[in-house]
Design a protein around this ligand. Structure first.
Ligand SMILES: Cc1cc2nc3c(=O)[nH]c(=O)nc-3n(C[C@H](O)[C@H](O)[C@H](O)COP(=O)(O)O)c2cc1C
Length: 191
């Protein structure tokens, strides 16, 4: 089982990264091979809308650190996206990755039912952390992105949400969240 983890927070020991690290620890204990990219450490751009992935090549033609990320995700069995909520959405670092997944779509994706260049059956674990305690707030973020990732072939996806966490690493002291990270890893490893 090859698992790729993308952390979208600039805080390497923040709430989302803490839960991602717990997931990794459990998955590795069950035999997974994992690779974590801290997006904030990389030199990356958003999608340039150049159309290169729809005309010249079957992959993103922008050459930056995201090339490696996109390639690793293409080859993975499961993907973990861990992001804080920033102004009601994923972080800008995470959004750059999501926009670059445009390269996973075939040129005629609007009409072709086989719209994805990815092998089907990958699992997605989405970790979302927010300061707001009210779970109803920002509950739209995961369904919005999961819909697109589902179209690209991610199935049986799992959401872990931490609400009401602000200081970096607060999630490390919330047993229920750590259990959810462990359970997500066990579920992914069973597939
Ligand atoms: C620029 C910025 C914008 C934020 N916007 C929101 C927001 O819209 N809603 C919210 O509940 N929390 C917001 N937060 C708080 C973070 O989501 C929260 O502290 C989260 O636990 C951070 O996760 P991390 O430690 O993984 O970075 C914001 C924080 C920053 C720095």
């Amino acid at each position: 089982m090859n698992i790729v983890v993308l952390t979208g927070s600039p805080r390497k020991k923040g709430n989302s990264a803490t839960l991602a690290a717990r997931f990794v620890e459990k998955a590795e204990s069950l035999g997974a091979e994992t690779r974590t990219f801290h997006l904030n450490n990389l030199s990356i751009k958003g999608c340039q809308a150049c159309g290169g992935c729809k005309t010249k090549k079957d992959h993103c033609v922008v050459k930056d650190d995201m090339s490696d990320v996109l390639d690793a995700v293409r080859r993975c069995d499961a993907l973990v996206l861990a992001t804080p909520v920033y102004f009601g959405d994923v972080s800008a670092q995470m959004k750059m990755f999501i926009d670059r997944t445009y390269s996973y779509l075939v040129p005629d994706f609007l009409t072709n039912p086989n719209l994805s260049r990815l092998e089907p059956g990958k699992r997605l674990v989405f970790i979302q952390t927010q300061a707001q305690e009210n779970e109803d707030l920002f509950s739209d973020i995961y369904p919005k992105y999961e819909m697109f990732l589902n179209m690209m072939g991610f199935k049986d996806n799992i959401l872990i949400r931490a609400c009401g966490v602000s200081e970096a690493g607060e999630t490390a002291a919330i047993p229920e969240l750590l259990e959810q990270a462990d359970a997500a890893a066990a579920s992914v490893m069973k597939s």
